[in-house]
Unconditional design. Structure first.
Length: 188
């Protein structure tokens, strides 16, 4: 029987991996996904299916041209069976779509062609994951992304454009969170 401390440790590690995934997408730090997925992991979401690296190529073509994004994951349910964990988590993904977003980009219906118009696409969905602990590390072995709803809204910045640059989030290593993530990576 697994001790309560072992279970809490496994759940903590799994939750850290889930958070790292969202950070990697939102900060465009794609190299971090090597710590999220096992090398042979499978990923399916909408029209995207195959290895997690196939997903990465498709995700980059969709996400890189976007403005700011924020993927919030909650209601994480974890059921552990030895070195396997079955996990479901809810997703709210906020995407600022710029006016020059590539028309016709295959985005599984996520972003509509609204040329010359900046807008926000919000996705409600879920991730259904199979995590596996290999060599002492919990990572995703299989992920299925599911859409529950999508909402498209007109964009307003609420005065954000008047904020000083230092108050705005960045992508990649220029973001102030890089030091936090580096310390996290050292513990995974």
């Amino acid at each position: 029987m697994t001790s309560v401390l072992d279970r809490l440790d496994a759940e903590s590690q799994i939750n850290r991996v889930i958070a790292l995934y969202s950070h990697a997408l939102d900060r465009r730090r794609w190299e971090l996904l090597d710590k999220v997925f096992h090398d042979d992991a499978k990923y399916g979401f909408g029209d995207i299916a195959g290895s997690w690296r196939d997903f990465l190529a498709a995700a980059r073509s969709i996400v890189d041209p976007l403005g700011p994004t924020q993927h919030l994951v909650s209601n994480v349910i974890i059921e552990i069976e030895g070195d396997t964990a079955h996990v479901e988590s809810c997703l709210n993904g906020y995407h600022v779509v710029p006016a020059d977003y590539p028309a016709g980009l295959n985005t599984n219906g996520l972003f509509y062609d609204r040329p010359g118009e900046r807008y926000v696409a919000i996705v409600g969905g879920r991730y259904v994951d199979r995590f596996e602990r290999r060599h002492g590390e919990w990572r995703i072995a299989q992920r299925a992304g599911l859409y529950d709803w999508i909402q498209v809204l007109d964009y307003t910045d609420g005065g954000l454009s008047l904020s000083p640059d230092a108050a705005l989030g960045k992508w990649g290593p220029a973001d102030p969170s890089s030091v936090v993530v580096q310390r996290l990576m050292d513990t995974l």
